[in-house]
Design a protein around this ligand. Structure first.
Ligand SMILES: CC(C)(COP(=O)(O)OP(=O)(O)OC[C@H]1O[C@@H](n2cnc3c(N)ncnc32)[C@H](O)[C@@H]1OP(=O)(O)O)[C@@H](O)C(=O)NCCC(=O)NCCS
Length: 201
């Protein structure tokens, strides 16, 4: 496992690190990938290649099980902080929610996600993101959650809106997507705002 990288309020407490697994609900679980997951991850990505390629920039870099294996090894190196959770629905790998970055000094973090086409439309991503945001706010004491979405990616914008994040602005040419720049919408919510909308729970 990587070295701990977060610090709690009390400097005498042990350092914090995101959990390696999170239960979302019965039959829906988030798990940090292990090397044995590489084959299943690759076949799901490969089956959904065209669907995912519309909005995700990394599809051309994943062409074999070895590429997934390299990714799993890379994300376990804490210096390249990118905390990935595999979403397993009744054991089957159906997508990913990731902490793409954490700015520990300012206690903010950015979320990324995708779900296989056949598992979309069931609320899996909204529920999984909600669980990760709660974990970050409650257990890791982070303060601000950010989701950046291509302006025209309406299903992804709907996820941020369903979660109650606030639209903060548009970033021009935010992401290079194979052959063009795309503008992004930045959505965010702070921990106090999250507590209010979840009724203080
Ligand atoms: C963006 C993406 C993850 C959204 O997936 P999704 O399945 O639409 O999102 P959710 O898991 O939140 O599901 C929402 C849908 O489930 C329905 N739903 C069912 N039960 C639900 C529940 N309990 N809670 C929320 N939504 C629920 C919603 O009504 C909605 O249906 P609709 O699309 O017909 O309106 C998916 O389109 C995707 O992977 N796209 C390609 C990659 C990508 O763009 N990633 C994001 C980059 S920023």
């Amino acid at each position: 496992m990587p070295e701990p990288i977060g610090w709690p309020d009390d400097p005498d407490s042990p350092p914090l690190l995101p959990a390696s697994s999170l239960m979302v609900e019965d039959g829906l679980e988030l798990l940090v990938p292990i090397e044995e997951d590489a084959g299943e991850m690759f076949s799901t990505v490969d089956e959904n290649r065209e669907y995912l390629r519309e909005w995700l920039p990394w599809l051309d870099d994943v062409n074999s099980v070895d590429d997934e294996l390299a990714m799993i090894r890379r994300i376990r190196d804490v210096k390249n902080f990118n905390w990935v959770y595999l979403i397993r629905r009744y054991g089957q790998f159906v997508g990913v929610v990731s902490l793409n970055w954490v700015d520990w000094d300012n206690r903010s973090f950015g979320l990324g996600y995708w779900v296989s086409e056949s598992s979309s439309g069931r609320g899996i991503i909204t529920k999984s993101c909600r669980r990760v945001i709660e974990h970050c706010f409650v257990d890791l004491k982070l303060h601000r959650a950010v989701i950046e979405v291509a302006v025209e990616n309406h299903p992804s914008r709907a996820v941020a809106e369903r979660l109650g994040l606030r639209l903060e602005g548009i970033s021009k040419d935010r992401e290079w997507l194979y052959d063009r720049f795309t503008d992004s919408v930045m959505f965010a919510i702070t921990a106090p705002e999250w507590n209010v909308q979840s009724g203080g729970n």
